[in-house]
Design a protein around this ligand. Structure first.
Ligand SMILES: C[S@@+](CC[C@H](N)C(=O)[O-])C[C@H]1O[C@@H](n2cnc3c(N)ncnc32)[C@H](O)[C@@H]1O
Length: 338
């Protein structure tokens, strides 16, 4: 899906840290990239003290330092619908620019974590300079040991394999409706809810000149059997039943309307908002129906629109669905088991 097959890529194959000695011992792609970016990818401490390079540890669950261009930071915050009330966490925060920009612009609170102590020190100093140190803080900490349960928005600019290692943690810890925004890399078969490609001429890594920004909205778990009624113009409400499977935010399954089979055309779970699009016969013809219903526990109360979306009419009267049978949603290996 992502056309970017990056130069910015480690050759990591195991979860164990890899110790390398000096530049000659660095893994090839990283070495090539380091050459391309004139040393930008070395941890800041190693850049400041060349003699320390011999002790550089490149972990296969980490990513090198490359700052996100400001234009991309701005787009990440826009796409993440970041607002004043959000708590923002940048995983691998580098010089802190994403959290600091968000705090300056929206007045929100946030933290960043990074393995690199020198970058953390720099980020805290910059937060102070920007006048936001009362609202944001940066910690030298492994992102995999960082609690995400309070985050409304998580931002990441990390290698693809690190994104994938973080995916179960994001899905297990973030509340439904929390947003994850990434720069350049995605989560494979957890498809994004939104994405954009930006021209960034000064960018030299990944796909030079381009940046990809992706948004995911953490889905609630709506799989199972839902029963209720839908309003019908000029007539009594009709019983409806959905049997839903859920893979990340997408539903598949079946629907019956008035005891007769309809066809589930599309269903998704955006945070805790269920959207179910189905065809059911009206006057002998299949007609498009769309239910939009926020889920609260095992109840979903919402609205019905009937007809093609451009000419659809909202049918007055509430749709009330109750879940009589719960199934686990598939949210990737670890979180799906939750
Ligand atoms: C590509 S940089 C992104 C910096 C910043 N988020 C930005 O977009 O400008 C990735 C950062 O992640 C940090 N990092 C890599 N693995 C990490 C881990 N497991 N825990 C915390 N930080 C990590 C690196 O030290 C590096 O500073």
């Amino acid at each position: 899906m992502n056309p970017a097959e990056p130069a910015f890529r480690s050759q990591a194959s195991s979860a164990r840290p890899t110790r390398v000695t000096g530049l000659a011992g660095r893994r090839p792609a990283l070495g090539a990239l380091a050459a391309a970016t004139a040393g930008l990818l070395l941890p800041a401490a190693a850049r400041a003290q060349p003699a320390a390079r011999d002790a550089v540890v490149i972990r296969s669950d980490s990513s090198p330092y490359v700052p996100t261009p400001q234009k991309v930071v701005d787009e990440m915050l826009r796409m993440g619908r970041v607002g004043a009330k959000d708590f923002l966490v940048d995983l691998g925060s580098g010089d802190g620019r994403i959290v600091i920009t968000a705090a300056q612009r929206f007045g929100l609170r946030g933290i960043g974590v990074d393995l690199d102590g020198e970058l953390v020190r720099q980020a805290n100093a910059q937060a102070k300079q920007a006048g936001v140190a009362d609202r944001v803080e940066f910690f030298q900490r492994d992102m995999f040991k960082t609690d995400l349960t309070k985050a409304d928005v998580v931002t990441m600019y990390l290698l693809p394999e690190v994104n994938m290692m973080a995916r179960p943690k994001l899905l297990a810890e973030l509340r439904p409706g929390a947003r994850v925004v990434t720069h350049d890399y995605h989560f494979e078969d957890w498809l994004p809810d939104d994405r954009i490609t930006l021209d960034v001429p000064e960018k030299k890594v990944g796909t030079p000149g381009l940046a990809y920004v992706y948004l995911w909205i953490v889905p609630g778990q709506g799989a199972g059997r839902w029963q209720g009624t839908i309003p019908v113009a000029g007539g009594p409400a009709v019983p409806v039943q959905f049997d839903l499977e859920q893979r990340f935010q997408i539903f598949s399954g079946s629907v019956t309307v008035g005891g007769r089979p309809g066809k589930l055309l599309f269903g998704e779970m955006i945070g805790n908002d269920m959207s179910l699009v189905f065809a059911a016969e009206v006057g002998g013809k299949p007609v498009r129906h769309e239910i939009l219903a926020p889920m609260r526990g095992d109840e979903a109360t919402g609205t019905l629109r009937v007809g093609e979306s451009s000419s659809a009419t909202a049918v007055p009267g509430k749709v009330v669905l109750s879940r009589s049978l719960k199934r686990p949603a598939f949210l990737g290996a670890a979180a799906g088991a939750k």
